[in-house]
Ligand binder design. Sequence first.
Ligand code: TTP
Ligand code: MG
Ligand code: MG
Length: 349
Amino acid sequence: MLSLVLYIDMDYFFAACEELKNPSIKDKPNAVSNYDKEDRRGVILTANYIARRYGVKSGISVSKALELCKDLIVVKADYDLYGSISSKIFDIIRSYGYTTEILSIDEAALNINVNSYEDAYSIAKDIKDRIFNETGLTASVGIAIGKIIAKIACDEAKPNGILIVKQEDSYSFIKDKSIEKIPGVGRRSLEELRKLGVERLSEINKIGYIKLKSILGSYADTLIALSKGIDYSKAEPSSEARSISREKVIEPTDRDEALEKVAEELIDELYDYISKSSIAYAGVGVKAVYQDFSQSVKSSKLNGLHEDKETIVETSKRLIRQLPKDKPIRKFGVRVYDIRSMKGQRKLF
Ligand code: TTP
Ligand code: MG
Ligand code: MG
């Protein structure tokens, strides 16, 4: 039995959705921006593969993109459309019944147990075909022993491909990868590693452990293992445990203080509700959604049940500091979990 991770990511997702809406742009270079084409604040969110040949890609300004490709069609983002197509895709993916982790608006990881790599391939092909038949969109799939290698394989399979990295090939596949290609290494860590002469994954072993830890935090251990071809990461479904949360879309920021202010606002609302409903909690969590729709969640299991507001405030402040902030956060949330109704219970204090 092989325990593998199947990683699936849609091809040029926003732009592909726009091509469904307006097929006449399909054979032309096109891109999606957060603002209208004429708006100077516009940034390219993604581009179809024809536009990518000109160098048009996520993150560059619309004016730069038009310099690279003067016939570029720029469409303003239609998030409702992407959200509804994304839900349809995740429904298809979940219908297979594997443990599934949704990682962003267009990607998911599945833990699959199979007898052979041929079987893994068949599952990937089947999911891809169903998504295509039901939405008209193509996806790429990577399959490997762990989530990180599977994601990299998925990137390399693009567009519309399937790449399987067998267990015995994990090391040779991963060791010379540019650190830029490793998911989870933020912009700042990347810069620091480069300054120390690290370009490829296996080169991180040149740096002392303490130094590496100071740059990457707990991710250092994961990367050291990865550089040896070991990847234990699996799909982790978001816990179904009972919780109450409040979240809101914010002015994009990477500053702790700004997030703390938002947290206080959300906690006011949240606490108002739980105190009125006599709810106690045993855990506090925060969630950040970044501009590329990827998410990061930090949570802290408390010592026993709590009913006060201060614990939520203090714990979320601590968790905010732990959130990766290598890209701006556009949505922020606070939750309490492992909750219990205290209604009808004798108050001890
Ligand atoms: P990605 O999966 O990173 O990119 P993609 O689907 O456009 O292209 P690829 O074929 O290489 O997977 O991101 C999914 C969507 O998220 C993308 O279509 C647009 C959006 N996005 C942003 O809004 N900002 C960003 O910086 C990035 C990278 C993506
Ligand atoms: Mg994608
Ligand atoms: Mg993606």
